[in-house]
Design a binder for this molecule. Structure first.
Ligand SMILES: C[S@@+](CC[C@H](N)C(=O)[O-])C[C@H]1O[C@@H](n2cnc3c(N)ncnc32)[C@H](O)[C@@H]1O
Length: 243
């Protein structure tokens, strides 16, 4: 971890689960009032929140209840090849906060999400657990599975290959593309760039699944210089398709 982080309970009654979480994440547990780390994972009675010290804005947490269901097919759904009754099983090797996976699941795909950072996994697991209790989201969350693992290790143990592998690695920061979204700024501080993304692409291509889809900033070169068979363009995002 590049930056310091600690866990704190928002109230005394949450000390025990907060201590368990701190132990699992191998982070110190602190009094939220006395904390001097860069980031604080605050366990409240409602959810798990990531706060950046000295930043007054709302903390980062996963809340699928605010998800807006869209009628038409999302570009990401087109990119994974969803068509009519064909709803591929997608292995999302870079789950992050699960936004892309949730979009895919909302459009009917079964998605297995892998996240290697224990901290990001904890935030996503918390959001998913709350979403699973929300009847309105039950159908979608029923299609989502979350595993804490490094994708490279997980791929070595695969017994049944998925239809599609999806990759959305962190894009190395340049002056111009400095991350504007809070989640990406926080991720960059806490987990850094995904410098092994090129290797991961090579490994996934070797599995010969129906498709590998890589999300990139619209003007970025293809990952590892590996030319895709096709691309779907959005305003700021591009989906490179290796079929
Ligand atoms: C840009 S974020 C993904 C955002 C995600 N698509 C979303 O919609 O929220 C990249 C995430 O992938 C994770 N990651 C990168 N390489 C990974 C790997 N080899 N195995 C598992 N997780 C990985 C990082 O820890 C980070 O949380």
């Amino acid at each position: 971890m590049l930056t310091s982080c600690a866990v704190a309970p928002a109230e005394e009654t949450l000390l025990e689960p907060a201590a368990k979480l701190a132990q699992h994440l191998e982070l110190p547990i602190v009094d939220p009032e006395m904390n001097d780390t860069d980031y604080l994972l605050l366990l409240t009675s409602e959810r798990l929140e990531l706060h950046k010290s000295g930043e007054q804005s709302t903390p980062l947490f996963v809340d699928f209840s605010r998800f807006v269901f869209r009628q038409g097919k999302e570009p990401i759904a087109k990119a994974v090849g969803l068509k009519g009754k064909y709803k591929p099983h997608v292995l999302d090797c870079t789950a992050g906060l699960g936004q892309d996976a949730f979009v895919l699941a909302s459009q009917g795909c079964r998605v297995t999400m892998l996240e290697r950072s224990k901290l990001i996994h904890a935030l996503l697991a918390d959001g998913l657990q709350r979403a699973k209790k929300d009847k309105r989201l039950a159908e979608v969350t029923g299609r989502l599975e979350l595993i804490q693992a490094n994708a490279a290790d997980y791929l070595d143990t695969l017994t049944r290959v998925p239809d599609v592998i999806y990759l959305d690695p962190m894009y190395p920061e340049t002056g111009k593309s400095a991350a504007k979204r809070k989640s990406m700024r926080f991720f960059r501080d806490l987990v850094g760039d995904d410098l092994d993304a090129e290797t991961l692409l090579t490994e996934t291509l070797a599995l010969k699944v129906k498709r590998v889809v890589v999300k990139r900033p619209v003007k970025a070169p293809p990952l590892g210089g590996q030319k895709a068979q096709g691309s779907l363009l959005g305003k700021t995002t591009r989906f490179d398709i290796y079929a």
